[in-house]
Design a protein around this ligand. Sequence first.
Ligand code: FEO
Length: 167
Amino acid sequence: MIPEIEKLLNEQVKYEAKASAQYLSMASWADTNGYNGVADFFYTQSEEERVHMIKLVKFINERSGKAIVPAIDKPRDDFKSLTDLFETFLESEEFVTAKINNIIYECLQLKDYNVHNFMQWYVAEQLEEEATARTLLDKLKIIGEDKSGHYLFDRDINTMQTTGQAN
Ligand code: FEO
C-alpha cells in the first residue's frame, strides 16, 4: 500500500471512531433528557460508525498495511437542545465527507485505483448520512420550540422517511 494513502486511511479510522464516540455521547444525552427515540437513532448511528471504522481497519491490514487503533478525545456532551444535537450531527458528517473526498483526491493523484474503488462505498454512505442529517434538521427548524412537536419528532424519528437511513 502506498504509505501516503495508508496514513490517510489510518486518519480516517480515527475520524470514524470519533464519530462513533460522538454519536454514543449524543444518544446518552437524548436518553437522559427524555428523548428515547432520538437516543435509539444515535445508538444506531454510533454502531454504524463503528462498522465504518472496522471496515477500514480490516482493509488496511488485508492490503499489508498496519491499522492503528487511535486514542479518542472525550466527545461533546453539553448539548443545549435537539437542534444543537442535530447541528452537531450534520457538522460531523460534513467533516467526514470532506476527509473522504480528500482521500479520493489523493488516490487519483497517486494512481491508487484499488483504494479509490474501495472508498466509493464511503462516498455513497456519506451522501445518505448527510441527507438524513439535513432532513431531520430541517424538520426541527420547522418545529422550533414547540414541545409537542419535539414529542412527535422523538416518537417518529425511527420511522420517518428520510433517505431510508434514519432507522
Ligand atoms: Fe462514517 Fe458517517 O461517517
